[in-house]
Design a protein around this ligand. Structure first.
Ligand code: IMP
Length: 424
């Protein structure tokens, strides 16, 4: 029996979609525990590309059960569109996808509030995806949110929507200057989507508990990355959920004692979308090369991703905060054309060396990376499927990252396709 958690070690976009799909082959249940349609998990199978935002990437494997836990925020429109796209591609979703009735609903008004919030002059711009994530988690914490089970209890829904709209409209009218909404508008929207969502709503915790009791294999799929965690990331430049491995327990209702495998996923360099500190960012032609070779554009928003060298301070921190046992290293082939490769091993802050991430993450805004430089392999490894195919210099790079991060690198990804993978 395995209950594994796959967690991003950087600022998201580490390539979780492909790896979840790969690992799903040996899994029975794949479960999303946080976030919403802000995620964009890209999977390429025999040249065909799928981008999943909410549905776990395990859906692409036949007969796998996929669940969306109470810790996720669900945009019904985005979910229904995604299901339709999957069905159109010949992937059977009915009977294999189950969403917790406790998952909160992202209302259209919260997408407007998200965008308006992020353009306020008095507040630091976060560069959110505009998908309504932050406002929906805020409503949940404020106890004015709409969990999916309200959809099927008209009386409770109407009173909850009235309370929510009262608060929302004050903010919209007096602070944000956007369009206010009415109780009827919101209830009508929910009544329209509810019957189509209903077949997918069910007891996800029981499915997971039964799977644990009968010794099945479960993979908990994290979205975003460690550095975007609301408690452990680069606050305030974070998303609004617990992206770290611990989030799998609260976001799904799995007891901590049942989690027995934690897989970190890290890119061979670093990227970040949106605002916030990024010590190893490259604003030169090497950064442009990484962006081009790595096709570093957001799968959800299309925004160009900021690119930079591998940051081992971040990787070590991710190993510690998540309890990572093994690492998947992705996009190694993106470095194929480089003569020299740098790895940040520590920071210099106000003349002092800093080996570990501090809790005062504002320090990262002026931290100078201390680099170790290595020779690039400067040859094509893209598509390699066996460790022996790699040049010595690529093996040396992998060994160095492994040593400095503090966990074994067990899988190396050398291209977007399912097959471009090395198992060590
Ligand atoms: P939000 O999650 O839309 O509230 O955005 C908060 C921050 O997280 C922004 O910097 C986003 O760019 C970032 N973010 C959210 N989802 C992802 C993702 O899936 N990959 C990378 N960054 C993300």
């Amino acid at each position: 029996m395995t209950v594994a958690v796959l967690v991003g070690m950087q600022w998201g976009d580490e390539g979780k979609g492909k790896i979840v799909d790969l690992l799903s082959e040996d899994m029975d249940v794949i479960a999303r525990y946080q976030g919403g349609a802000n995620a964009g998990h890209t999977v390429v199978i025999n040249g065909e590309q799928f981008i999943l935002h909410l549905v776990p990437s395990g859906i692409l494997r036949e007969n796998k059960v996929c669940v969306i836990g109470p810790g996720v925020v669900v945009d019904p429109t985005a979910l229904l569109d995604e299901i339709e796209e999957l069905e159109n591609a010949g992937i059977d979703v009915k009977g294999r996808l189950l969403i917790s009735p406790r998952a909160h609903c992202i209302l259209p008004v919260n997408k407007e509030v998200d965008r308006a919030n992020d353009s306020r002059k008095s507040q630091k711009k976060i560069g959110t995806t505009g998908k309504g994530i932050g406002p929906t988690y805020s409503d949940k914490s404020n106890r004015i949110g709409i969990p999916l089970h309200y959809f099927f209890d008209r009386e409770r829904l109407e009173s909850a929507v009235a309370a929510l709209i009262e608060r929302k409209n004050v903010i919209i009218e007096h602070q944000l200057g956007g369009n206010t909404t009415t109780q009827k508008e919101v209830v009508d929207y929910i009544m329209e989507v509810a019957p189509r969502i209903k077949p997918y709503v069910g007891d996800t915790k029981q499915i997971l508990w039964d799977a644990i009791a009968s010794g099945k294999e479960i993979l908990c799929e994290g979205a975003q990355g460690t550095m975007l965690d609301i408690d452990h990331g680069t606050y305030p430049f974070v998303t609004s959920s617990n992206t770290v491995s611990g989030g799998a327990c609260t976001g799904l209702g799995i007891p901590p004692k049942n989690i027995n495998r934690i897989i970190g996923i890290v890119k061979a360099y670093t990227t970040r979308v949106g605002e916030g500190p990024f010590p190893t960012e490259l604003k030169d032609e090497t950064g442009a090369l990484l962006q081009g070779e790595g096709a570093e554009f957001g799968a959800t928003t299309g925004r160009p991703r900021r690119c930079g060298w591998f940051d081992a301070v971040v990787a070590r921190y991710a190993v510690d905060v998540n309890g990572i046992d093994e690492i998947v290293l992705t996009k190694l082939d993106v470095l194929d054309k480089l003569e020299k490769i740098k790895v940040c091993v520590a920071y210099e802050v106000d003349g002092k060396r800093l080996d570990r991430l501090t809790d005062n993450v504002a320090v990262l805004e002026h931290a100078k990376p201390i680099y170790e430089e290595m020779d690039g392999w400067n040859s094509k490894i893209a598509g390699a499927t066996d460790y022996s195919e790699l040049p010595e210099k690529a093996k040396k790079y992998i060994d160095f990252l492994e040593k400095i991060s503090g966990a074994k690198i067990k899988i190396v990804s050398t291209g977007p396709d399912r097959n471009a993978t090395i198992i060590r």
